[in-house]
Each structure stands twice: as structure tokens, then as C-alpha cells.
Design a binder for this molecule. Sequence first.
Ligand code: HEC
Length: 170
Amino acid sequence: MSNSVKIALLALLAVFVALQLYPVDRANPPVTAALDLPEGEVGDILRDACLDCHSHETVWPWYSRIAPASFFVADHVEEGREHLNFSTWTTEDVESRDHMLEEMVEVMEEREMPLRSYTLIHPEARLTGAQRSLLIRWARERRAGLRSSESREPYDAAEDGEHDRREGRG
Ligand code: HEC
């Protein structure tokens, strides 16, 4: 190996080591207001394909500890939670839930979710057409339920939790 190649490799190694010093937030905040996941296949799909980025129950993979992969993973989780967070579901008002369910239908139809970088590494998150349809049907039913059963009066999360439990939805 020539000296210049050695120096280049050492420089690369130094950059790699330096990157590891960047702090990455891999916190899982407490789950206090989660959606009661539906039983059966819909719940399984959400768990296998969505919750890592859209809840506080992220299973952080080993490569999330190694920069630069850690930056991408933490970024996806942070952004994912901002858009849709099943762990804070019952604190959202009816309008926001309605909107999130609407967006869910859209990203399922357009095959935007789960992110491709995720399904590459998580085969259990590669959804079939039937699984997509199932999730779409669930989100639509849930939207219809929101509109028919909830008034637009000031929102009371505690009462709504009660309601969800009684009716088996939320
Ligand atoms: C690897 C992380 C990851 C996974 C897994 C994932 N998402 Fe996302 N999701 C994101 C990110 C990041 C965004 C925000 C940026 C974007 O829209 O691409 C997002 C945005 C969304 C949005 C909002 C779209 C909008 O335009 O506002 C919805 C709805 C959504 N995801 C649903 C899902 C569903 C349903 C699943 C499971 C089938 C899922 N996501 C799986 C990371 C993920």
C-alpha cells in the first residue's frame, strides 16, 4: 500500500470515529396516550410496519448506534413521530385524528409507507396488496366512526378513552 493510500484510509477512519461523537437522540418517551391497537391482522401490520417510526415504542436496530446510519434512523423516527404518533393518539383532537387517518389512506394507496429504506432491512414490513387494503379499510371505517359518534364539542381525552374502550375503537 502506498503512503498516500494509507493516509487517506487513516483520514477516513478519523472522520468515522469523529462522527460517532455526535450525539443522537434515541429516546423512547413514555407511552401514556396510545391508540389501543386493533386485534388481529391490522394490529399486526401496524406493529410490524409502522410503529418503529410512528410511536414511542421504537425498536432501535444495532445500526442506529453507528454513525452515519444513526443520523438517518433518528431523523426518520423524529419526523415520523411528528406526522403521526400512535403513542399520543388519544391526546389528539378529533380533527387531527381524522386528518391522520385520511393521510394513512393516502400513503397506503400511493405506497409511500413504510419507507423503502425500512422495508429493505425489515422484510416483515413489506406489505402485500391485501394488507394495504386491510389497513385502508380499517382507517376508513375509523374515520366514519369518528364522524358519526363524536360531537365537535370541547375535547375530553379521558372521556374519549372511556368511549373508545366501550365501543372498541377511538
Ligand atoms: C422508517 C420509518 C417509517 C416507517 C416504518 C413508517 N413511516 Fe410513515 N413516515 C415516516 C416519515 C419520516 C414521515 C414524514 C416524511 C414523509 O412524509 O415522508 C412519515 C409520514 C407518514 C404519514 C404522514 C404523511 C403526510 O403527508 O403527512 C403517514 C400517514 C404515515 N407516515 C403512515 C405510515 C404508516 C401507515 C406506516 C406503516 C404501514 C408507516 N408510516 C411506516 C417514517 C416512517
